[in-house]
Design a binder for this molecule. Structure first.
Ligand SMILES: Nc1ncnc2c1ncn2[C@@H]1O[C@H](COP(=O)(O)OP(=O)(O)OP(=O)(O)O)[C@@H](O)[C@H]1O
Ligand SMILES: O=C(O)c1ccc[n+]([C@@H]2O[C@H](COP(=O)([O-])O)[C@@H](O)[C@H]2O)c1
Length: 214
């Protein structure tokens, strides 16, 4: 099964990395493919440009063969719509290969605002990672889609190419990129929230210092 994990990764942090490793093991796949957005839909311009975010990602996964980077969204012009990415991957993998995308409940809560959201389950499975504090609203369109397609068994995803939503509760680290950017702006430490090589590069490049308080 081919598993992608998309995000702005602004910057990548240990919360992303741990969940990717947990999922790789629980899904019994060789690797999880991290897909950084170029222009993320439904949010403001990232604090780091695409090249900087990619370099931080490369430093973060160096020496970890189970985590790979797929740059297709960075190589594409315009907004980074997930449906476009999945359609491209489906073309490469063929109609029968299981394909899955990872998404947190915070992102999935607004899934009905995504471009071609109803088509996405026809292209891929969804691996829904429950993030505390981000519950789906009862009666909402994403909650209805979940109820219709939910499974708790990773084996179901390996059996068919697309269409199921696997609910997972891996142990999560309570880290957000927003919290990291805020600390950097405030001149506070982000040590142990992100890998040391990522921190060193942020310092070297002077990233995320905009509006930094004196
Ligand atoms: N600590 C975490 N544990 C597990 N999943 C996470 C964590 N942080 C983010 N994610 C998930 O990773 C994906 C990409 O997230 P994103 O790059 O927006 O990170 P973020 O930390 O939520 O960033 P921001 O604070 O800028 O919104 C989303 O599906 C999100 O739910
Ligand atoms: O395709 C869309 O319309 C769409 C709308 C919102 C988010 N996404 C994707 O969801 C992933 C997580 O988004 P974010 O903003 O939480 O980093 C990332 O890969 C985004 O490209 C995709």
């Amino acid at each position: 099964m081919h598993v992608i994990y998309g995000g702005t990764f602004d910057p990548i942090h240990h919360g992303h990395l741990r969940v990717a490793v947990e999922l790789r093991e629980r899904l019994s796949v060789d690797s999880v493919h991290l897909v950084p957005s170029h222009i993320p839909p439904h949010r403001g311009t990232p604090g780091g440009n695409s090249q900087d975010r990619l370099e931080l990602l490369q430093l973060a996964v160096a020496g970890e063969p189970g985590l790979r980077i797929d740059t297709r969204e960075l190589d594409r012009e315009g907004q980074s719509y997930t449906a476009d990415t999945l359609r491209q991957l489906r073309g490469e993998l063929g109609a029968d290969a299981p394909l899955a995308m990872v998404v947190g409940t915070d992102s999935f809560a607004g899934f009905d605002k995504w471009r071609e959201w109803k088509t996405i389950p026809e292209l891929a499975h969804i691996i829904l990672v429950r993030r505390p504090g981000s519950e789906l609203e009862e009666g909402s369109a994403p909650a209805a889609m979940l109820a219709e397609r939910v499974t708790r068994s990773p084996a179901d995803l390996h059996r068919q190419p697309c269409g199921r939503i696997l609910e997972m509760d891996p142990p999560l680290l309570d880290i957000s990129a927003t919290g990291i950017r805020q600390r950097l702006e405030d001149g506070r430490s982000v040590r142990f929230l992100i890998p040391d090589p990522v921190l060193e590069q942020i310092r070297r490049r002077g990233l995320y210092r905009e509006g930094r308080k004196a």
